[in-house]
Design a protein around this ligand. Structure first.
Ligand SMILES: *Cc1c(COP(=O)(O)O)cnc(C)c1O
Length: 353
């Protein structure tokens, strides 16, 4: 038997979440598959959505090329745009859509003499101050794109910094800045990430670009009752022991048993992507019953409390996250976000269903 650490990926759940995004937003929806589809496998996810997705989005051109090599035909939006002329030429040859978030990228398009025309997405910085052109420059840059012989058309876009916080007024300000910067300019528009799709009607435009919600995690951090988790991360108990009250467990002896405690040793650790910061008390499910991590997560294994689960023992299945334990709950316990946990999963066997 091989090591039981396993990520099962439910592609029907992915399709259901895509349908939910489409229904909630309306218009067209580019499924964001960057970072290997947030750890879910970009090619497998693209194939699962190929019949329904209007487009895909990735971070950079090489991620797009991996999908083209797997014969994915949809338009692919490259969210960071081109890093150099090599990227622009690949975009021309393979029908990739390029975000233009700074003037250098516009100059690359203007320098083209021939080849296929490229779809541009002009990204305006409406308040996030990470990437994007200044609102007062948007009109002039849009005109240069319109005048550019190798540009087939321009979509106007922006990205929301705080849409996961329903009461944060920054989002309304960003929407107002976008509206003013683009007023009167023709062409499609795109604002919403997952949080925009789920929580901000004003962000619903021609195109959405959801990522995390497609994988079943709510960007607002609370477990969702409409989205279906795509990944179930599991392993098994492969050893068990009793420790007496007062005995310490694991690295640093951070857990001291308060009573006679039965410890289950689970074949999965931080080298598999489970967060080391998940402390004693982080929920797990053992054979479908609620339990908790005790002691520190190690590189290859972690320990769970079996004291109140007399039927559980060696061979019991342990869900680290999935339908019983929300990845959002584990992320909160580890002081991080579901995005980071999901895209860090590695070294485990993967099964698609
Ligand atoms: C990653 C990304 C998205 C998707 O964000 P989610 O929060 O995962 O929905 C959308 N747009 C841009 C520009 C991104 O970088």
């Amino acid at each position: 038997m091989s090591r039981p650490a396993l990520a099962q990926l439910d592609l029907a759940a992915l399709r259901a979440n895509y349908a939910h995004a489409k229904a909630a937003h309306g218009g067209k929806v580019a499924a964001t598959l960057k970072a290997n589809a947030y750890g879910h496998g970009a090619v497998e996810c693209a194939q699962a959505l190929a019949g329904v997705a209007d487009a895909f989005a990735v971070a950079f051109v090489q991620e797009a090329m991996a999908l083209r090599e797997a014969d994915i035909q949809q338009p692919i939006l490259v969210l960071e745009g081109a890093f150099g002329m090599g990227d622009v030429e690949l975009a021309q040859r393979h029908g990739l859509w390029l975000v233009v978030h700074q003037e250098e990228q516009l100059c690359m398009l203007e320098s083209l003499r021939g080849g296929a025309r490229v779809q541009a997405w002009l990204k305006i910085d409406t308040g996030m101050h990470r990437a994007g052109v200044a609102p007062h420059e948007a009109r002039a840059l849009w005109q240069r794109l319109a005048d550019c012989g190798q540009v087939a058309g321009t979509t106007l876009m922006t990205h929301l910094a705080s849409a996961d916080e329903p009461d944060n007024p920054a989002t309304q300000r960003q929407l107002a800045v976008f509206e003013a910067a683009t007023r009167g300019l023709p062409g499609p528009r795109s604002i919403a990430n997952s949080a925009g799709v789920l929580g901000w009607k004003g962000a619903h435009q021609d195109w959405a670009r959801p990522g995390i919600m497609l994988y079943g995690a709510d960007p607002r951090g609370t477990p969702s009752d409409v989205l279906q988790p795509v990944m179930q991360l599991t392993s098994e108990v492969f050893a068990e022991r009793w420790i007496a009250a007062g005995e310490a467990l694991g690295y640093g002896g951070s857990f001291i048993a308060e009573r006679l405690t039965r410890v289950g040793l689970v074949a999965l650790g931080y080298a598999d992507g489970y967060p080391r910061a998940a402390h004693t008390g982080t929920p797990v499910a053992v054979d479908g019953r609620a339990s908790r991590i005790i002691g520190r997560v190690a590189m290859d294994m972690l320990t769970v409390d079996l004291t109140d689960l007399p039927e559980a023992g060696a061979g019991s299945q342990v869900e680290l996250w999935g339908r019983q334990v929300s990845v959002n709950t584990v992320a909160a316990a580890a002081g991080t976000i579901a995005y980071e946990l999901l895209c860090n999963v590695k070294r485990v066997r993967r099964e698609y269903q």
